[in-house]
Write a protein that binds this ligand. Structure first.
Ligand SMILES: [Zn+2]
Length: 245
């Protein structure tokens, strides 16, 4: 390994469906990694344009664009709070995400571009547990999970997948660790005692979705972090299914 490679920060890529998904799922973990010196890039696959009120009557293209613009600005502000290196919006229509070959190609492109060592994504699994919650299994989240898993192995590390990316200069790159949010089996937890408040501060940027008074939300987030930490002997945690590649 050359000196320049040793000095380069380790890179992590977080791939989610919507603005605010990363803050909810792994905001405190991202903040912890940034403090450790990791360079973290966030990829948001949809344009967030379906994030208006459920009972809205103006659902025109113009209304969608306004919501999308607002949510992107909120996401950029939250990224600043977390210390992210950059945010990339793939701008696919919110609510219609499918794990297509085109989406897989875009994710492979991002993995290769930043040479991601660590990758975080949403779970592609729907689990019929007693605590089944529809909100947890948004179809866009399931689609992202499926697309990311296919992108990580084998496409990102295999020259034969997407030869057009080779032509663009994106050489094969192996993700070493996959971290899955909201997976049915959580085998790894991150101590977020030092960065829990940063997660809350980042969530406060998403006013269009979460409002300005987030007192109740903060309490819910804390209860959730306590619950996640408990099996791992941690006071506050975010938990994942972590797989090495
Ligand atoms: Zn979402």
């Amino acid at each position: 390994m050359t000196n320049s490679a040793e000095e380069r920060p380790q890179t992590a890529l977080v791939v989610v469906a919507h603005p605010d998904d990363a803050e909810f799922g792994c905001g405190a973990t991202i903040a912890a990694w940034v403090r450790e010196g990791w360079a973290v890039t966030l990829v948001v696959c949809t344009d967030g344009g379906a994030g208006g009120p459920d009972d809205a009557t103006d659902v025109s293209a113009e209304a969608r664009r306004r919501i999308s613009d607002t949510r992107k600005a909120e996401q950029r502000a939250a990224a600043e709070v977390l210390g992210l290196q950059e945010v990339v919006f793939l701008d696919l229509p919110d609510g219609q995400l499918e794990p297509t070959i085109a989406l897989r190609r875009e994710i492979v492109r991002q993995i290769r571009r930043v040479r991601a060592v660590r990758l975080v994504c949403q779970s592609p699994d729907r689990v019929w547990a007693p605590s089944y919650a529809l909100g947890r299994y948004h179809p866009d989240h399931l689609a992202v999970g499926t697309a990311v898993l296919a992108a990580v192995y084998p496409a990102a590390q295999n020259s034969w997948d997407f030869p057009e990316l080779l032509a663009e200069g994106f050489m094969p790159s192996r993700v070493k660790e996959l971290w899955v949010i909201a997976a049915p089996h959580l085998n790894h937890a991150v101590d977020i005692a030092a960065t829990f408040e940063v997660k809350l501060a980042a969530l406060r940027c998403h006013v269009s979705q979460l409002g300005t008074d987030q007192t109740a939300l903060a309490e819910r987030m804390r209860a959730w972090a306590v619950e996640r930490g408990e099996p791992f002997g941690l006071a506050l945690a975010e938990a994942f299914h972590r797989v090495e590649n």
